[in-house]
Ligand binder design. Structure first.
Ligand code: SAM
Length: 276
């Protein structure tokens, strides 16, 4: 049995297994271990930790996570990668579990079986945002998330009030977690290269995450407010109570969505629940 360091380069493994990237599954691979090691470092994963990796593909990031001494549960939808991932599992007995499943529906809490877990992923772009919302607002609470997104999506996650990228995603993400961009990745870092650059976002869920009813209301309020982001709140929130809702939350109805802080959106959401 070979050790991790004896495994062939990723490019050779892909060729040996005759694997080509599938666009429909958002497959853009990181084949440079220097880059995947940097992501593992930024994730802060180490000996004895449990990492859940979504979309291991050929296993470049998986190798880097395993090199830290962590245990990895890798959730992959494309069964073509199984033989390659099984070689990786054989190189570090008992530390890599491969789950052939759709990450959108998989139960991470059942996978982690009560252990704290970090999520680390070079996300498939077509499902990156729904997966993030699932991990931010769903029942499974990861210790942290270190996730590669298209750069434009990364900027929308971390945007501050007043910025052009500030919108629903920023409000929902920052209500549930602290978030910062920790690494840029140019399109040429991937095989095949995507059309746009990428960036890694590190998110740490807030222990005091708003309760479910507030998060539901936040979805409703931000959809209305940013649905007409150039309009004043008295008009964009009209169907939810308009001026009266703003008054109940102590917010000037002449303001526009993009000027409100996350805390003010939470005030509006609580006022919306109280008036319902
Ligand atoms: N981690 C690898 C890397 O960095 O080279 C591959 C990253 S690639 C951007 C995205 C991976 O996610 C692919 O392996 C793809 O098959 C997988 N994937 C796509 N949709 C998925 C889903 N719904 N559930 C689980 N894996 C998925």
């Amino acid at each position: 049995m070979s050790a991790l360091s004896d495994l062939p380069p990723l490019r050779e493994s892909l060729e040996a297994h005759g694997l080509l990237a599938r666009k429909s599954l958002g497959q853009h691979f990181l084949l440079d271990l220097n880059i995947t090691r940097k992501i593992a470092r930024l994730a802060g994963v180490g000996e004895g930790d449990l990492a859940i990796e979504v979309g291991p593909g050929p296993g470049g990031l998986t190798r880097a996570l395993l090199e830290t001494g962590a245990e990895v549960i890798a959730v992959e939808k494309d069964e073509r990668f199984l033989p390659l991932l099984q070689e990786l599992a054989a190189a570090c007995p008992g530390r890599l579990r491969i789950e052939l499943a759709d990450a959108l529906t998989v139960d991470e809490a059942a996978l982690a079986a009560g252990r704290p877990a970090q999520i680390v992923s070079n996300l498939p772009y077509n499902v990156g945002t729904p997966l993030l919302v699932k991990w931010l607002t769903g029942p499974f609470r990861p210790v942290s998330m270190t996730l590669m997104f298209q750069k434009e999506v990364a900027q929308r996650i971390v945007a501050a009030a007043g910025a052009s990228a500030y919108g629903r995603l920023a409000v929902i993400a920052q209500a549930c977690a602290t978030a910062q961009i920790v690494m840029d990745a140019p399109a040429r870092a991937f095989t095949p290269p995507p059309k746009v650059d990428s960036a890694v976002v590190r998110l740490t869920p807030r222990p005091e995450r708003p309760e479910h009813a507030v998060l539901d209301a936040l979805q409703t309020v931000t959809a209305a407010a940013f649905g007409q982001r150039r309009k004043m709140l008295r008009s964009s929130l009209k169907s939810l109570g308009g001026e009266a809702l703003c008054a109940a939350a102590g917010i000037d109805p002449a303001r526009r969505a993009e000027t409100l802080s996350v805390a003010e959106f939470l005030d509006l959401s609580r006022a919306f629940i109280a008036r319902a």
